[in-house]
Design a protein around this ligand. Structure first.
Ligand code: GH3
Ligand code: MG
Ligand code: MG
Length: 325
């Protein structure tokens, strides 16, 4: 069926040209187009183009090593779902654990056993197909089970149009975990993932069936609150804020997680506003919540004071005045 389509791309990141040559030859008959680069900077340059279906990554490279490349890949929502198979001369279990905890899905040690490497590649390609399918069909975020960005991009304009048509209130909340990078940096990526999943559960528990809760990527989430006045959206956001703030995590019991939330809501029969502009307003309020000290909700009413950050008259800065860092 797909004979006319171009082959999926395999990005090989390895400082050894010998490995490029070897794999280039030995993978010639596999259904992949091999692109080989020698370093992390070259890899990220190549990744600006069409995303590869699988990455083969050497751990031991001068300059930026494979672990750092993995970290950066996982930090980038557009790249974080590409399966990474790690290639390494290091056979120690510690490195395997570290690489897999950073998000690699498989590990092959040098010198390669070619049938094994090919089998593991095929398995990585299968995973890539499934993840891509899941993202396209179900519009579900793989980590949290919430709706994903593609779903949001469709739902938001549709919900705005619906609210316009029926003169209903509608609110949108943009949520971003505070200093989330520190959790990854201090306790590791798996700890960060756990926080994201716990946060998604807090959101899911608070919203109604008719609301749409999405993970836009990274630690940024959005909730569309159907038929909801801005004041009510604020109450819900407060429940989410206190909900995450009161959780204790086994991996870091002393490290509380907080969230900043920006809301833009329109009451019934409020002014018509373009979905992009509306979202922008909520996003500005999120920014105001961040600069105002984090762990707070900033909410504005569409059409009042018009524009978010500055005009926070409809209810800025709820929440305890925790120290901003
Ligand atoms: P701020 O309070 O200003 O929002 O600071 P922040 O550290 O939360 O924000 P920043 O945007 O600097 O960092 C976001 C971090 O989120 C960077 C990246 O390490 C992490 N991240 C993104 N996606 C994932 C993921 O899927 N899993 C994990 N564990 N971390 C992720
Ligand atoms: Mg953040
Ligand atoms: Mg962020």
């Amino acid at each position: 069926v797909c004979s006319e389509e171009s082959k999926p791309k395999l990005l090989l990141i390895d400082d050894s040209v010998d490995v490029h040559r070897l794999l280039g030859a030995r993978l010639k008959h596999e259904p992949v187009e091999v692109i080989s680069v020698c370093s992390a900077p070259e890899a990220f340059e190549a990744l600006k183009g069409a995303a590869p279906a699988v990455i083969l990554l050497d751990l031991d490279m001068p300059g930026t090593d494979g672990f750092e490349v993995l970290r950066r890949l996982k930090d980038e929502p557009a790249l974080s779902n590409i399966p990474v198979v790690v290639l390494s001369g290091l056979a120690g279990s510690e490195d395997k654990v570290a690489a897999i905890d950073l998000g690699a899905i498989d590990y092959v040690t040098k010198p390669f056993d070619m049938p094994e490497l090919r089998a593991r590649l095929r398995s990585a390609l299968r995973l890539n197909r499934l993840l891509t399918l899941l993202a396209e069909r179900a519009e579900v975020d793989g980590l949290t089970g919430l709706a994903n960005r593609a779903n949001f991009n469709k739902s938001w304009p549709a919900r705005v149009a619906e609210a316009d048509r029926y003169g209903q209130p509608l609110s949108i909340a943009v949520l971003d975990l505070d200093h989330f990078k520190r959790i990854n940096d201090t306790y590791g990526h798996p700890a960060g993932d756990e926080v994201l999943q716990a946060f998604a559960r807090v959101i899911a528990k608070e919203v109604r069936k008719t609301d749409v809760a999405c993970r836009l990527g990274g630690e940024e989430f959005v909730v569309i609150l159907g038929n909801t006045e801005p004041e009510d959206a604020k109450l819900l956001a407060e429940r989410i804020r206190t909900g995450i703030g009161s959780l204790t995590f086994a991996r870091h019991p002393d490290h509380q997680v907080t969230v900043s939330i920006g809301i833009a809501g329109r009451p019934a029969k409020g002014p018509v506003i373009a979905p992009e502009q509306w979202f922008e307003m909520a996003d500005k309020n999120l920014y105001a919540a961040k600069t105002g000290g984090r762990n707070r909700v900033v909410c504005t009413t569409v059409g009042q004071g018009g524009g978010g950050a500055a005009g926070a008259g409809a209810g800025a800065g709820v929440g305890p005045a925790k120290k901003a860092a």
